[in-house]
Write a protein that binds this ligand. Sequence first.
Ligand SMILES: [Fe+2]
Length: 435
Amino acid sequence: MSGSSAPGSGTHGSSCAPASLELSPQTPPRVPAGAAPAEPASTGATAPTPRTCLPRRCVPRPPVPSLDALVDHPSLAPRGLIARGRALGLAVGATTLAGAATFAWGQAERHFPVVRHIDVPVQSSPGMRGISVLQISDLHLYPGQEFLVDFLGRVARTEKVDMVVSTGDNLGSADGLDLVRAAYEPFLHLPGAFVLGSNDYYSPRFKSWSSYLRRDPRLADDTFVLRRGLDGDQQHTDLTGAGPEGGALVDTHTSAATDGDSHLRPDLPWHEMVSDFTAAGWVDLSNRAATVEVAVEGPDGSSAQQPVSLIGVDDPHLDRDRIPDPDPSWQDPRSLRFAVAHAPYVRVLDGFAREEPDLVLAGHTHGGQLGLPFYGALVTNCDLPRRYAKGLHTWYSGRLSTQLHVSAGLGTSPFVPLRIATRPEVSVLHLRPVD
Ligand SMILES: [Fe+2]
């Protein structure tokens, strides 16, 4: 049954119509032509103002167009705006996917270390024999990196080497010492030599990932001047030598390394690690020279001792490098001559070149760690030009030259556990005398 409502009653369902009717009294009366407009009749009381408000819910709203409708109707929204929005969304999505894929690849690549065999010709002399040298660098061991220890175990079982050279950055945290000991244990029966890197002294600190894409900012104002020889309290050798004060020498070194800045005091168990190495007969080349006799087997099956004369420096990345005077064996024509540093700063390489070694060994760069396929390292974390970031090269210093091998190393900082286009590696360098 349809109920009829009285006009103006504003009943449910038809409130809009009565409201519109209430507006009609406001319509001015029609005035005949030429007649004065009539004054409003005074009633002696203020006439109530007609209600003109409309219920808000009754105001018709334009339909909200869908995104597709906006695209299909340029009059509603600029087509270019919509297209740019979609393009931006696609770009953000693609970038996010690419970033996630790159991160996943970098995580995977660091778990696949390789052994690189490198032929290193050296000038022959009577009685000189070739040797194979295993270079281990930049392990950065901390709990969770056991796969690198396992890898080195396989290397020890499968590779025939005559000598080991460690180019530093073995520790990745204060609780990484046991892993370092396990990693090197299979090689300690061989002749060995080592230098230390900054990450043997100091725990790694978080630094922006962009630092892996920028050059070392310290280069521009590096005022270091090469010096030969040392003051006694600056030699890293004081740390491990049996000085009359024993541990007091360690404190001397520590204060020297930190320039008295106590909050930068080395916090990693480097001293225990060095003690293990030296107890095995390995020579500490931190601002020192040494000679190692390497037992080699000739092609006729006879055995002989091949002298290897070495010089090395403490970490140039900490400005701890002082090139020592070589041993007399350096002048022996039969000797192979190696110069060893952790970080291959140009000043150090130029200083080594003056001594005319057969080979310079260094690490530190991680081969760039974050590289680009077919392009290589973006940075070297020192002033070494990018093209020398890893591998064997000839290093020219004026009219002098020497062979330089930079290892890409095995590990990563725990804060940037990625390697991209830079496989972790150990190197087996085959020193081969040639006429
Ligand atoms: Fe390193």
